[in-house]
Structures are given as C-alpha cells and as structure tokens.
Design a protein around this ligand. Structure first.
Ligand SMILES: [Zn+2]
Length: 303
C-alpha cells in the first residue's frame, strides 16, 4: 500500500486488484504460485487475507499473503540469490449454507412507512475475531437504537439497525435486503454503514443514484464539536450499496483510518484492539446523523 496516500482506504483500493486478480495474472505468465505482500501499512510478519478470484479458463495456482516485513526480507534475498519456496495451504471453499441478517427496528411515529437504516456486517474472515471488521460497526449500529431508547426519543421515521450477513464473501445479505425492500415497497430514505473500524470519528461520506450534491454545512457545524469535520461525497458501504438504485441516500461513517489496515483481515483484528471510548464516540456521531435525518428529512439539503 502506498504510504503517501493520507487516507488509507484510498491506498487500499488502489492496490486491491493485486490481491484480487494476482493469481490469475501470475498464472497467465506461467507462474506456479503467488506470494502476496499483505495489503497493510504495518511492518510485521502478519499475513492479511482477503477476497481473490480465479477464472475457469486459467489454471488455478495457489496464492497466499505474507507479512510486509516477510515480503521485504524475501525481496532482499531474491536480489542476492535464487529462493525456493514450499507452499502448504489448507484453505478450501465450502458449499454455501443458509444464514440471516439480524434486524432491530424502532417504529416511526409520523412516517412509519419511511425507513432509515444503520448497519454493519456480522460475518468476518476466519483469522482474528473481526473485531474492527466489522464487530465495531455492528455494535455501533445497535448502540444507535439503544441511545434513542435511553433518551426516550421517538423517531418520526422507522429506524432499522441491521447486522448484514456475508459482506466478505459475496454480499448476499446486503443484496437480499435490498431485493426484499423493493418487493415490500418499503421507502428507504437513507442508509448509514459503519465498516471502517471502531476508531476516532472524522466524518461521513455519501453517495446517491442521481449523484446529487447535498449542502450539509449546517449539520457539519452541529457535529463539529464531536470530531466530525466533513460530510462529503464518497463511498458508503458494501452492505447498503444495493439500495442505491432505489434512490436511497447512502452514507458511510469515516473514522480515522491510520491504524485500520494494521488489523484488517488478520489475526490482529481482536476485541482488545478496539478502544471503547473511540468506539462510543463513533456510535454517538452516527446516532446524531440518524437523528438529524429523522428530524429534518433530506430534501432541504439538495443543491
Ligand atoms: Zn468489513
């Protein structure tokens, strides 16, 4: 990952295809296997896993990630002499099985037929515990509902906290949710996803089908004391994105991104690395945004 990119998600997305398409590209050139330098900015020997693809027409070679420091050492050895690698992998693709999204709802008092979603994803990679990816987003989404109940806030619109299933392996939960919303004719005004770790709040990004620009100046001012410095166009979240064709305004919670890829998809993504105060600050900011959307709606902000 390019350390010169300040926003680490930009660095990740610009080299994501190395992991996703790496095995196919190496096989095309006659390679027997792929050892990938992990997509991470930390310097250690921890491998970081993630999605990858094979093509039926191209030989399926083994592929494995190695830690960034391991890769750097290997690079040095290769400059000096030939290196032999022995790969023993025990990973396998199991058959699909049934699973479920988990949904909690506060019924709206004025416009119960209008929905605002807040969510994260319940599944994670087998390494680590998926604490930041995306246990944090799940806990924060449930916390939004808990905060409203604790404050005895009765939302005008129906608020749904959704723990989506299968984000990492095909997004079946997000896709199925959007299909059902359309079938039931449910009007989804907005959907906010937290899937960038439980770190200190920085801002929110948003996207729409129509590419409308919204003027969130007034809301930014209200959220600024809590660490939110922008609400700007950008990627929302994999799970909520299937709602985009229905005209839903999609938001992504954007915490500080500097440490996320130290943990991402690795054995290091465990509960102990989530800072409770940073997690709570994020949940409070998310609850504040959902509150503003519920109270004022969204049409007032279109430019
Ligand atoms: Zn995730």
């Amino acid at each position: 990952m390019d350390p010169k990119k300040i926003k680490t998600f930009k660095a990740y997305s610009s080299c994501f295809s190395l992991r996703y398409n790496g095995a196919v590209e190496v096989a095309k050139k006659g390679g027997l296997g792929l050892l990938l330098r992990s997509l991470s900015l930390s310097n250690d020997h921890e491998p970081h896993t993630g999605s990858m693809a094979y093509h039926d027409s191209i030989i399926k070679i083994p592929a494995a990630a190695i830690g960034t420091s391991t890769a750097d050492s290997l690079h040095k050895f290769l400059k000096r002499s030939e290196v032999k690698a022995y790969l023993k992998l025990n990973c396998k693709q199991e058959k699909d099985t049934s699973s479920f999204n988990v949904i909690g709802e506060l019924k709206g008092t004025e416009f119960p037929e209008e929905y605002i979603v807040v969510g994260g994803h319940l599944d994670s990679w087998d390494v680590g515990e998926g604490a930041h990816d995306d246990g944090a987003g799940c806990v924060q989404s449930m916390e939004v509902i808990r905060l409203f109940k604790a404050l005895n806030y009765k939302p005008k619109r129906s608020i749904r906290a959704i723990l989506f299933m299968n984000e990492e392996n095909g997004n079946a939960g997000g896709i199925e949710y959007a299909i059902n919303a359309k079938k039931k004719n449910e009007k989804h005004l907005a959907a906010l996803e937290s899937d960038r770790g439980g770190f200190t709040p920085r801002g929110f990004t948003y996207e729409t089908k129509t590419k409308d620009h919204y003027d969130f100046n007034a809301w930014e001012k209200l959220l600024e004391p809590y660490g939110i410095s922008f609400i700007e166009p950008g990627f929302s979240g994999v799970d909520v994105r299937p709602l985009k064709p229905q005209g839903t305004l999609l938001f992504g919670y954007e915490p500080d991104s500097q440490r996320y890829f130290d943990f991402h998809h690795s054995d290091k993504d465990v509960f102990e690395t989530v800072h409770p105060r940073e997690l709570s600050l994020g949940a409070a900011c998310m609850a504040s945004l959902i509150y503003l959307i519920d109270k004022y709606g969204l049409s007032i902000n279109v430019n």
